[in-house]
Ligand binder design. Structure first.
Ligand code: GLN
Length: 534
C-alpha cells in the first residue's frame, strides 16, 4: 500500500491580532473537506500556559472544551462548527505543553549527553505534534497563533519553516493573513503593513504562497497586483477577505475567488470541486431574519463577547432551526442586583450562561426569579443551572440564604456543593469535571422532548454539583431533575414542569452546536422564546 501523502497548510497572521485567523483557517478546512478530502486541524498557541483553563476569559476569550476533556483555544470551536472533525487534545498545542514535554524528556535522560536547545529539540517536539495531528488525513491545516514578529511565537515559525524542507514544496503551503487598512485621512487602502509583514515572514525563511488580505472593502485588482509585486507572489495568489456580517459567509466568499482551487492546484490535489449551497442557505436565512426572538444573555463577561463565543453561535443556530433568527442583548448581571429587571422586561427569553466566582451571581439569581415568576422562557447553563437551583431553593422551597459553597462557605443550605472527589484538590489546572459524560433524561420531560432521545452525552467544565442531600426537598416543591448521570448520583438537568420553558443543564451544550446541526436545547429554547414574543 502506498503511504498516503498528507498535505500541510500553514496559516500565519500578520500586522495585528484579531483578524479572524481562526475563522479563515476553519473556512479553508471547510472548503477542503467539501472537496471530499479528509482533513484535520491544529491550533498552535504561543503562550506558556499548558492550556487556557486557568486563564481569565478577558485574557483569552472562551475556553472551549472537547469530548476528551481538553480545555482549549476557542478557535477549536470554529473548527468543529465549520467542519465535521471532532477535536481532541491532539488539535491544540501550546508553548507550555511543548516545553513541559521537552523538560520531562530531559529529566528522564532521553537527551543524555546533549545540550537541550530550541533547535532542534523544541522544534522537533512541535513537528512531532504537527505529524500527530495530521495522522491519516489528506490535508492538515495548522494555524499559528499570534502575529509574525512576536518573540514568543518564533519556535513555531521555525518549526513550520523546517517542515517545508521535510515534506517538500508540493506537500506544504504557507498562507499569510494580513491587514490592508483603509486610511480615512487619505481615502485610500494601504498595502505597506502587508509588505512589512511579509518581509518579516521572509526574514524567518518563509515565503508565503498565498496572501489573504483582511480589509473593510474588497480590494481593487491594482492593489492585489501591487501586493503580489512587493511580496514576490504571483498575482493570482492574492485574495481578499472583506468584512462580512456573518462568519458563515466566509467559506463561500473565499470559494468565489477560487481560493480552494488555488490551494488544490498548488498542492497538486486531485479532488472534486467544492459545493457550498448549504452554506449560502445558512447565510441567506441569517440575513433575512423572520420573527426574531430577543434573547437576554445575563453574564459577567458581557464586555468581551469572545468570552461567550460558542454560546453566541449556538443561539444563532437555535434560531436557524426554526428558520428564524435571534436578536441577542447582553445584560451585565451586576446591573440586576437591585431587583429592577431593567432590560429583561423587554426580552422574549433569558439565558444564564456558565461562569466562575461570586461576582454577579446575585444578579443572575434575580434574573432567574424574574423569569420563573413572569413565566419567561429561561435556559441556565452550568453556573446558570446552579443559579436556578439556588433561586428555587430560596424562594420556592423556603431555604433562606441557600447558596453554593463556591460563594458562601457558611450557607445554612449548601444546595450546590463540591463533589467528594473535588475536595482538597490542590492543582488548579485540568482538575474540574471535564469533557463528555453520559446523561439519562426523564421520559416526557422538556429536555427529553427536545433531544427526542433518552440517552445523551454532553461536555462538562465545572467543580460544583447539585447537593444530593437537598434533592428530595426540591423535587417535592416542584423542581424536576430531568437529566441524571446513569448511576443517578449527579444531577445533569433540571426543569419546572409548570412553566413555559424553565430548563437548566449542568453541562455546556453550546460546544456541540453547529450551523447545520443546531443543538436541540438551543433550538427548543429559541422556539419557546419566539412563542413568547412580546
Ligand atoms: N463555577 C461553577 C462550578 O465550578 C460553574 C462553572 C461553569 O459554569 N462552567 O461548578
Amino acid at each position: 500500500m502506498p503511504q498516503k501523502t498528507t498535505k500541510f497548510i500553514f496559516v500565519t497572521g500578520g500586522v495585528v491580532s484579531g483578524l479572524g485567523k481562526g475563522v479563515a483557517s476553519a473556512s479553508i478546512g471547510a472548503l477542503m473537506e467539501n472537496r471530499g478530502l479528509k482533513i484535520s486541524m491544529l491550533k498552535m498557541d504561543p503562550y506558556i500556559n499548558v492550556d487556557p483553563g486557568t486563564m481569565n476569559p478577558y485574557q483569552h476569550g472562551e475556553v472551549f472544551v472537547t469530548d476528551d476533556g481538553t480545555e482549549s483555544d476557542l478557535d477549536l470551536g470554529h473548527y468543529e462548527r465549520f467542519t465535521s472533525v471532532s477535536m481532541s487534545a491532539t488539535n491544540n498545542c501550546t508553548t507550555g505543553q511543548v516545553y513541559d514535554t521537552v523538560i520531562g524528556k530531559e529529566r528522564r535522560g532521553e537527551y543524555l549527553g546533549k545540550t537541550v536547545q530550541v533547535i532542534p529539540h523544541v522544534t522537533d517536539e512541535i513537528k512531532s505534534r504537527i505529524y500527530r495531528a495530521a495522522k491519516d488525513v489528506d490535508v492538515c491545516i495548522i494555524e499559528v497563533g499570534g502575529t509574525i514578529g512576536d518573540i514568543e511565537g518564533l519556535h513555531f515559525i521555525e518549526a513550520i519553516r523546517q517542515m517545508r524542507t521535510d515534506v517538500g514544496t508540493e506537500n506544504s503551503l504557507f498562507i499569510h493573513l494580513t491587514l490592508v487598512p483603509f486610511i480615512k485621512a487619505v481615502g485610500e487602502m494601504k498595502t505597506k503593513p502587508t509588505q512589512h509583514s511579509v518581509k518579516a515572514l521572509r526574514e524567518f525563511g518563509i515565503q508565503p504562497d498565498i496572501i489573504l488580505c483582511r480589509c473593510e472593502q474588497p480590494l481593487e485588482k491594482d492593489l492585489k497586483d501591487k501586493i503580489a509585486l512587493f511580496c514576490s507572489t504571483s498575482k493570482d495568489t492574492v485574495f481578499d477577505c472583506p468584512d462580512v456580517d456573518t462568519i458563515y459567509a466566509v467559506p463561500a466568499m473565499l470559494k468565489e475567488q477560487g481560493l480552494d482551487d488555488k490551494v488544490a492546484e498548488k498542492l497538486n490535489i486531485w479532488s472534486r470541486a467544492s459545493e457550498l449551497e448549504p452554506w449560502r442557505e445558512v447565510v441567506q436565512t441569517l440575513r433575512n431574519p423572520k420573527n426574531a426572538a430577543k434573547i437576554g444573555v445575563v453574564g459577567k463577561y458581557v464586555h468581551l463577547i469572545d468570552s461567550y463565543k460558542s454560546l453566541h453561535e449556538a443561539l444563532l443556530h437555535g434560531g436557524l432551526a426554526s428558520g428564524g433568527c435571534v436578536e441577542l442583548v447582553y445584560v451585565d448581571s451586576e446591573s440586576l442586583e437591585s431587583g429592577d429587571p431593567g432590560m429583561l422586561a423587554e426580552v422574549d427569553g433569558i439565558l444564564v450562561p456558565g461562569g466562575f466566582g461570586e461576582r454577579g451571581t446575585e444578579g443572575k439569581i434575580q434574573a432567574v426569579r424574574y423569569a420563573r415568576e413572569n413565566r419567561v422562557p429561561i435556559f441556565g447553563i452550568c453556573l446558570g443551572l446552579q443559579m436556578m437551583v439556588i433561586e428555587f431553593a430560596r424562594h420556592v422551597a423556603g431555604l433562606d440564604r441557600a447558596n453554593s459553597t463556591e460563594f458562601d462557605a457558611s450557607t445554612p443550605y449548601p444546595v450546590i456543593d463540591l463533589m467528594e472527589s473535588q475536595r482538597g484538590v490542590a492543582n488548579k489546572g485540568a482538575t474540574m469535571r471535564l469533557g463528555a459524560y453520559p446523561c439519562r433524561l426523564v421520559p416526557g420531560s422538556k429536555a427529553q422532548q427536545a433531544y427526542q432521545n433518552q440517552d445523551i452525552s454532553e461536555r462538562h467544565r465545572h467543580r460544583y454539583e447539585v447537593n444530593n442531600d437537598f434533592r428530595a426537598q426540591l423535587v417535592e416543591k416542584g423542581l424536576m431533575f430531568s437529566g441524571l448521570s446513569p448511576d443517578q448520583q449527579l444531577v445533569e438537568m433540571c426543569e419546572i414542569a409548570d412553566h413555559p420553558w424553565f430548563v437548566g443543564c449542568q453541562f455546556h451544550p453550546e460546544f456541540k452546536s453547529k450551523p447545520f446541526l443546531p443543538h436541540p436545547l438551543f433550538a427548543a429554547f429559541v422556539k419557546a422564546a419566539s412563542e413568547n414574543k412580546k
